[in-house]
Design a protein around this ligand. Sequence first.
Ligand code: UD1
Length: 439
Amino acid sequence: MNAVAKEITVDPEKLSQASELEKMVIKGGNELNGRIRISGAKNAALKHMVACLLTDEPMHLMNCPVHLGDIKMQAAVLKTLGAEVVLREDGLAMIHTPSIKNHVAPYDLVRRMRASVLILGPLLARCGKAEVSLPGGCAIGTRPIDMHLDALTQMGAEIKLEQGYVKASAPNGLRGAEINFSKISVGATENIMMAATLAKGITIINNAAREPEIVDQGEALIQMGAKITGLGTAKIVIEGVERLNGISYDIVPDRIEAGTYMIAVAMTGGKVVLENTRADLLTSLIAPLKEAGMHIEEDGKDLIVERNGVDLQGFDIMTEPHPGFPTDLQAQLMSLMSICKGAGMITETIFENRFMHVPELIRMGADITVHGNSALVRGVAGLTGAEVMATDLRASVALVLAGLVAEGETVVNRIYHLNRGYEKLVEKLSACGADIRLA
Ligand code: UD1
């Protein structure tokens, strides 16, 4: 780690204002060849940052995707609560919360970054009270937080909904409980796992989510002194402890970022080495891609991804909780499928409104018909560049991928979504030969 790495400034106002005006301009047709370093997982980092609220000792998070809008926003949320946060250029996040000075996460921050609802569990556990603005809907659906609130209530919290805020208190501390989730939820599993680390007694989470980011978070909590078993299974058991200590922790690589670049190579052709990643995090994508004709090989921490000369065959995919196919790669896969040979069916089972990219892809020449939560994608000979509008993070990147192979110029508007979740996207793709720039 570089001892003199520069600090990154965090200003939530500037974050959204500047990037809302930016566009991305792509000229399609170039193969991708080169190396791309995969960042630490956004969806793990956001939760590790929140878990820092559970200890009064300093925490050092390494391999943190510090350039992402969501990470800077989470830093702003933590600062509001009294944490000292330093994000450094070299991917180190230093977070220290000697005491909680304020227990309210205001609307203005929560509306911009949904994952801030995850402060509920840790704040209740650490100081017995928390107020978080209700996150409201988002582009991919209503996304309620009822499961988070029900489980915290079972652990002894009193919860009121007033003036758009969740007001939670547990004056006598949280206590362990047996939680039976009706659905598999990543966020609810994480929130309750964090809360349970400092609760009195044993908490059992049944029907827990098994995503690698949850395992990563659990492993960090164990190093901090938490007692957790069953990570990566549907039953997680947590025995509460008195206090947790600070640690240094290396965040798991971003499997969605790696999967996105894998799909990019499948579309453009060429050979790219993805550095700092793990094939075992992506088996649900690698298996069908190989079957469709891609060459993908693991070499230590690198993944060699190659498509030379072969036409890929379309296939069917259904999104499911881990270890199924991730909903966060569904849009990107649809871009790929739209230029494969034959047809493929994509079924979305996690979010009710996650086909917002379909009309934009159709404007670029794709042949897609949506029936309920399934999309039938018939491969076309080629896509054509167009001016398109990004609606959410993964839909935006799907349009970028389409632009990489489309004939002519594609302009992606509203790219602030991309800045939220893909670190140095333009640099990483142009280093491999893509003609892509911000305008
Ligand atoms: C996380 C990821 C997101 C990913 C999603 C599913 C982060 C920051 N975000 O989101 O990128 O797409 O997992 O893999 O990690 N639900 C309820 N009630 C609740 C909670 C969830 O009904 O209280 C429903 C949701 O509406 C959705 C399903 O459960 O239909 C799964 O959502 P969940 O796993 O909680 O997603 P997030 O944690 O928000």
